[in-house]
Write a protein that binds this ligand. Structure first.
Ligand code: GDP
Length: 356
């Protein structure tokens, strides 16, 4: 689906349709959603592209998708580069497919020139699933050298869920802020480490323990794996997560297909624990709440920023800040302090904003 030729065709069709005034109407969000729900892979690809572009039509897309969410179970897989995430995702997908369940995969696709080789590597490793209708793979361009997933990943998980996939696997690199945010949007978080990471574990962020529902020591065929397993098992005792779930520490050899079925068993076990304790519903409620607040926050700040930029007072400060006459922090302090400034914006808002 994301193969070179299909990708090229998709991209060129996309450009053609986007720039053709005759076809643009036809290509409405509703039509794409309808196509996607009917199983059309191109519609699914296009909806994901729209969400990735993070444009003005995203709220419209999400509105159409919302009634169709619910059934998919999402699994986040995170760990340092080279830990074997892609290999493991590939093998886990095979195990899930044996159960006749369908899979959507979001893979971090490093675009940095320094890691460019990994793009092809990912594709080769996952190629056994490229021709499988029950698997949809989307590589998302990551920004910068850290390989962070874009903010839009949460939306992409939703499109894949709405398309009817039983499982959505999200592969991320590292534990930057975006990864932590993405991991808040998935149901089970698997953190992968490798024996080589033995030293880094000492300095490992507590954040990793907070997000991990399952720890995996991959490359268990390598020396040092036993030590890491013991160390991690001890550490998870010190970070008791919830009364209803004890974080397991598993050994895998993704490349040799060892331990993957056990991993899937533990994922299912975690799922049952989440469901049985009412936590799954609670987590979904929190996700919806966060999404609502974030959307409002974004809208409010967009609107306000527009007004602030037009504000005459603001213009004066901007000139002084740009000229280096006043530091940005003092300028922000000065302009925000008098209540009159905010009141003025509010006045402007009620005058300029059309209702509805
Ligand atoms: P990612 O960067 O985390 O996605 O890691 P990859 O899946 O690309 O794997 C990095 C390298 O580790 C590849 O050469 C894999 O073949 C290799 N690898 C993956 N799993 C194992 C394993 O269990 N044992 C060993 N020895 N190598 C592995």
């Amino acid at each position: 689906m994301e193969g070179t030729i299909a990708g090229f065709l998709d991209a060129s069709m996309f450009v053609f349709i986007e720039w053709s005034p005759f076809l643009r109407k036809e290509n409405s969000v509703k039509k794409l959603v309808k196509g996607m729900l009917a199983g059309d892979v191109l519609s699914l690809s296009r909806l994901i592209t729209r969400i990735e572009r993070d444009g003005a039509d995203v709220p419209g897309v999400m509105r159409e998708l919302y009634p169709h969410l619910g059934k998919a179970y999402s699994i986040g897989i995170t760990g340092p580069p080279g830990a074997g995430k892609s290999t493991l995702v590939d093998r886990l997908t095979a195990v899930i497919r044996e159960q006749a369940a369908t899979v959507g995969i979001i893979a971090a696709d490093p675009t940095s020139p320094f890691t460019g080789g990994a793009v092809l590597g990912d594709r080769i490793r996952m190629q056994q699933h490229y021709l499988d209708d029950g698997v949809f793979i989307r590589s998302m361009a990551t920004r910068g050298s850290h390989g962070g997933l874009p903010r839009s990943t949460g939306g992409v998980i939703k499109v894949l869920a709405a398309s009817g996939k039983d499982f959505v696997l999200v592969e991320t690199v590292g534990v930057g802020q975006t990864e932590l945010d993405v991991m808040e949007n998935v149901d089970t978080v698997v953190v992968i480490l490798v024996p080589e990471a033995g030293d880094t574990i000492q300095t490992m962020k507590a954040g990793l323990f907070e997000i991990a529902d399952i720890f995996v020591v991959n490359k268990a065929d390598r020396p040092g794996a036993d030590n890491l397993l013991t160390e991690l098992s001890m550490m998870v005792q010190h970070y008791p997560k919830q009364s209803w779930w004890q974080v397991p520490v598993l050994a895998t050899q993704a490349v040799n297909n060892v331990g993957i079925e056990e991993l899937f068993k533990q994922i299912e076990k975690h799922r049952h624990a989440l469901e049985g304790s009412g936590q799954l519903e609670q987590r979904r409620r929190e996700q919806r709440r966060r999404e609502f607040l974030e959307t409002v926050e974004r809208r409010v700040s967009d609107e306000l920023l527009k007004l602030v930029e037009q504000n005459a007072e603001m213009g004066k400060y901007m000139d002084r800040v740009e000229a280096g006459e006043i530091d940005p922090y003092s300028a922000a302090d000065e302009i925000m302090r008098p209540r009159a400034f905010l009141a003025g914006l509010s006045q402007q808002l009620s005058e300029e904003r059309p209702t509805g």
